[in-house]
Design a protein around this ligand. Structure first.
Ligand code: IPE
Ligand code: IPE
Ligand code: MG
Ligand code: MG
Length: 296
């Protein structure tokens, strides 16, 4: 299969669905909706919703019925980036190849655009289309997983320790906590909720969950590496910022070579987790390889 075409195709479907599902940028209040659209349609890779939909395909589920859920994951991710870039957080000025949200709209509107994206996510997953097309218990379980992944025991826990650890000497255990939570939780939830919405037996759900968990870790190790050796033009964000802010990162703690090894090992284990599934899981297999090689 041609992974590039696969990613492009699903990315386009997600963009179309997002435009149809979220309030127009002209809606009142205009500055809020413009700010939401500004970050949402700035050219993100959409890897989380793609992982969700690729899991749905591997489970032979209903792709279209799961689309609002996939979009909701992207809304939560985009909100997390807007808040992550704020001056009181990572204080970044470039994201998705554009000035960050607060640089364009000011801190108050950036905060509120993030709040709105997070809340809209839960409006989408509970909308009529989802309620009619999906099993209500499966949908409720998936919503529970998604909110846990985004909350204080998930992504926000990770973000908190990431910020608190700046400039400090920390142990490998703390780095692991940060990676598992700030990035791993939402990626894990992307595949896990795909399997849950398809009503798969628990042992299958566990395998897709494990795959997502490992891939989520690999994703952040690659993000850390790209912050050291990536091309800012290609990345659409600044590099060298982790070292400048005294962030705890995988290459910072273990070096570049060990990071590359860890990345390969995580992807290898992720592939093992989905080994029993048929060729409809091939896109997931290809995506895991892409985690090692991605340059943005
Ligand atoms: C960046 O995520 C933030 C992390 C959690 C590592 P992505 O690399 O998926 O960013 P976009 O969505 O493509 O901009
Ligand atoms: C971002 O982590 C994690 C979340 C937004 C939840 P980073 O701060 O390491 O990601 P980048 O490098 O700014 O994209
Ligand atoms: Mg951060
Ligand atoms: Mg950041």
């Amino acid at each position: 299969m041609d992974l590039k075409k696969y990613l492009q195709f699903h990315k386009q479907n997600i963009e179309t669905a997002l435009r149809a599902l979220i309030p127009l940028s002209e809606h009142y209040p205009p500055q809020l909706h413009e700010a939401m659209h500004y970050s949402l349609f700035a050219g993100g890779k959409r890897i989380r919703p793609i992982l969700h939909l690729a899991t749905v395909e591997a489970c032979k589920g209903d792709y279209h019925a799961c689309m609002p859920f996939a979009c909701a994951i992207e809304l939560i991710h985009t909100y997390s980036l807007i808040h992550d870039d704020l001056p009181s957080m990572d204080d970044d000025e470039l994201r998705r190849g554009r000035p960050t949200n607060h640089i364009v709209f000011g801190e108050a509107v950036a905060l509120l655009a993030g709040d709105a994206l997070l809340t809209e996510a839960f409006r989408l997953v509970s909308n009529g289309r989802s309620r009619e097309a999906l099993d209500p218990t499966a949908l409720l379980m998936a919503i529970h997983e998604l909110s846990s992944a985004a909350g204080s025991q998930g992504m926000i826990g990770g973000q908190t320790i990431d910020i608190e650890s700046e400039g400090k000497e920390v142990e490998a255990e703390t780095l692991q906590y940060i990676h598992v939570h700030k990035t791993g939780a939402l990626i894990r939830a992307s595949t896990r909720t795909g399997a849950l919405l398809c009503d798969r037996p628990p042992e299958h759900v566990e395998r897709f969950t494990r795959y997502g968990e490992l891939l989520g870790l690999a994703f952040q190790v690659r993000d850390d590496l790209l912050n050291v050796e990536g091309d800012p033009e290609r990345l659409g964000k600044s590099v060298g910022t982790d070292a400048a802010r005294g962030k705890i990162t995988y290459p910072g703690l273990f070096g570049i070579d060990a990071s590359r090894k860890r990345l390969n090992q995580l992807v290898h284990e992720a592939l093992e987790a989905i080994e029993p599934f048929d060729e409809q899981a091939d896109p997931l297999r290809e995506i895991s390889q892409y985690m090692v090689a991605r340059d943005h």
